[in-house]
Design a protein around this ligand. Structure first.
Ligand SMILES: Nc1ncnc2c1ncn2[C@@H]1O[C@H](COP(=O)(O)OP(=O)(O)O)[C@@H](O)[C@H]1O
Ligand SMILES: [Mg+2]
Length: 356
């Protein structure tokens, strides 16, 4: 008896899911490589859960094709797909021991009791709950219950493991620990995992790739780094990393970079593949630095509207002729006070141009 992972890839080809006349998921296509963790990220109501449930077969596609491990499963019900979901609410049986909870799915699918118990013990070991089998769920903390839910899914040796906002019932510190645990386990076992969250930081932390959804369609997909550094549109720039969005003008392109003008200032950004003319500049809060007491230099004049000390960094609210700017600055030793005039300069990294 041992828990083996049999990861399979997942592919959506032009998949839609309609409720009445409204599309919860609208013509979505993507590929998830076997053995990777891919996150569906987006605001509430954008279609993440519906997408996940269509992978599981708990929801049927209205049109399009779904493949798991290269096999067309579009019309297969959940019971005929080797996919398991870890729910937000854990859904543990309160009257059963932890071990019986983990073994339950195996017993139901006809595995002999002794084998199921051995596998459950192994599953609990994997999630770090080796000695907890005889307890009741109510005798465990929230984080431990979450791990039981993961163990229960793992013992079924799914081809694809699905997580729907698995950490939203946990407090901030535990969330960080659990997300690291899930990522570690996923990598150790080489599981194909699809992870739903509305939390951009969580997505950046755990994912091989992120599929950003907005209003039932994919806004952009890519690695965490690609999405953060090269957002393709206003929505992604804003949703991931909360960029400042101000108007600029693209004046030239070449060699993989583009030159954009912000007033009299010119900045270099990754080539967005847009024609010359009006663009939106997405400037990360940590790509802006404040200078005081100097005249001239490459920057824009600003007034500090608000200065907040947060221990590890300062947050500034700035007013400029281009609009308000939000800044995160690690320099806490010599903060710029509210009311001061300053020059805002821009670091080379952390600025992207997107369509206006
Ligand atoms: N069973 C349903 N009947 C009607 N509308 C639904 C149903 N399930 C989801 N929707 C709608 O589909 C959209 C996407 O929902 P969902 O996939 O749950 O979003 P998310 O998980 O991103 O918050 C929402 O507008 C939601 O109201
Ligand atoms: Mg949801």
């Amino acid at each position: 008896m041992s828990i083996a992972s049999k990861p399979a890839g997942v592919e959506f080809r032009n998949v839609s899911r309609l409720y009445g006349n409204t599309a919860a998921v609208n013509d979505v296509s993507f590929t998830i490589e076997a053995g990777t963790l891919v996150t569906l990220l987006g605001p509430s109501g954008c279609g993440k859960t519906t997408t996940l449930r269509m992978i599981a077969g708990l929801e049927m596609a209205s049109s399009g094709t779904i493949l798991i491990g290269g096999k067309d499963v579009t019309r297969l019900p959940a019971t005929d797909r080797n996919v398991t979901m870890v729910f937000q609410s854990y859904a543990l049986f309160p009257h059963m021991t932890v071990a019986d909870n983990v073994a339950y799915g195996l017993v139901v699918s006809g595995v002999r009791k002794r084998d199921a118990a051995a596998k459950a013990a192994e599953g609990l070991e994997l999630v770090g709950l080796g000695g907890y089998g005889q307890r009741l769920p109510s005798e465990l903390s929230g984080g431990q219950q979450q791990r039981v839910a993961v163990a229960r899914a793992l013992v079924l040796e799914p081809e694809v493991l699905l997580f729907d906002e698995p950490l939203s019932n946990l407090d901030a510190k535990l969330r960080r620990k659990m997300r690291d645990d899930i990522r570690e386990l996923q990598q150790k076992l080489g599981l194909t995992s699809v992870y739903v969250t509305h939390d951009q930081e969580e997505a950046l932390a755990v994912s091989d790739r992120i599929i950003v959804m907005n209003k039932s369609v994919i806004a952009q997909s890519g690695t965490p780094d690609e999405l953060y550094r090269r957002p393709k549109n206003r929505f992604v720039a804003d949703f991931i990393g909360g960029a400042n969005l101000i108007d600029g003008e693209l004046v030239g392109r070449g060699g993989g970079t583009a030159t954009v003008a912000l007033g009299r200032l010119t900045l270099s950004v990754p080539d967005p593949g847009l024609p010359a003319g009006e663009v939106l500049l997405a400037i990360r809060p940590n790509a802006i630095r404040l200078r005081t007491g100097e005249t001239g230099g490459d920057g824009i004049p600003v007034t500090v509207r608000k200065a907040t000390y947060l221990g590890s960094h300062m947050e500034y609210g700035l007013t400029s002729e281009f609009g308000d700017l939000f800044v995160v600055d690690p320099n806490v030793a010599s903060p710029v006070p509210a009311g001061a005039s300053a020059l805002a300069t821009f670091t080379g990294d952390g600025i992207a141009a997107v369509a206006r």
